[in-house]
Design a binder for this molecule. Structure first.
Ligand SMILES: [Zn+2]
Length: 259
């Protein structure tokens, strides 16, 4: 915060309407990155799934051009078929990385892409190695420990959890994410402290805060909470974004590369 001024916004829009957002914290660290909005053309939708049989790149020319402005070379992008699991793929270059919900690398300039429309995309960065990770985390990924798995995969590349910077991309917030037993059952079985993340709103119904859950889980994995940037921007509340729960079938791409 600047003395006497407004707090610095942690999520910065680019374009009018914005084609993508960037995180102030990752920009300060010099990490090229972006989270696209519904105004960014050329990001393939859920109707065009990535499949191992047909792993064509998930970006068309319009998106390649838009994200070049963010310093990202999508000709080298790495991406995976995401399955709401906790597998993490190490990538050394661009292209299809198989079935995984996390990607990690020490290769400079290789953008890691995660696709969401309510789930969290979390970027993890250790400037000392340097090493970079990106992970897709919905409620299933939270139950399975996808964010923690990405931290462990980065540690295997020489990163230290205490050195990691994390940024949580726009995703569904506790304002809009009502869940019931099919979600709360597995979550409560996985984590004793789950009540801290779920506000009761009726008989067996809760507003779930996956942001708080994953901030806590990342801290338990060894991250410094002060290095976890979370703008708490809700996909269902923000017109510029896509929300699967609201019936959108477009996808947001969160992309980051090692500088
Ligand atoms: Zn909301």
């Amino acid at each position: 915060m600047v003395d006497g001024g407004a707090p610095e916004p942690s999520l910065i829009p680019h374009g009018q309407p914005p084609a993508y957002f960037t995180f102030a914290a990752l920009s300060r660290l010099g990490v090229p990155h972006a989270t696209t909005t519904r105004h960014c053309p050329g990001v393939l939708s859920f109707a065009e799934p990535i499949s191992p049989a047909n792993p064509s790149p998930p970006f068309r020319a319009d998106a390649v051009t838009a994200l070049a402005r963010a310093g990202l070379d999508l000709a080298r992008v790495a991406y995976a078929k995401q399955v709401h699991g906790a597998a993490v793929a190490r990538v050394t270059g661009g292209g299809f990385a198989g079935i995984a919900d996390g990607l990690v690398t020490t290769a400079r300039g290789v953008p890691l892409a995660i696709f969401t429309a309510d789930c969290l995309a979390i970027v993890l960065y250790d400037p000392a190695v340097p090493a970079l990770g990106a992970v897709h985390v919905g409620w299933r990924g939270t139950v399975q420990g996808a964010a923690q798995a990405a931290v462990v995969a980065l540690e295997a590349l020489g990163a230290r959890a205490r050195h990691l910077h994390a940024a949580i991309a726009p995703s569904i917030g506790p304002c809009c994410y009502e869940v019931d037993e099919p979600v709360i059952g597995p979550l409560s079985a996985a984590y004793d402290g789950w009540q801290a993340w779920a506000r009761p709103v009726g008989r067996d119904r809760f507003m779930l805060d996956l942001w708080a859950a994953n901030e806590t889980l990342l801290a338990h994995a060894g991250l410094d909470p002060a290095r976890i940037e979370n703008p708490r921007r809700c996909t269902a509340c923000t017109e510029d974004l896509y929300s699967y729960r609201k019936g959108n079938r477009g996808r947001l791409a969160t992309v980051a590369a090692l500088p």
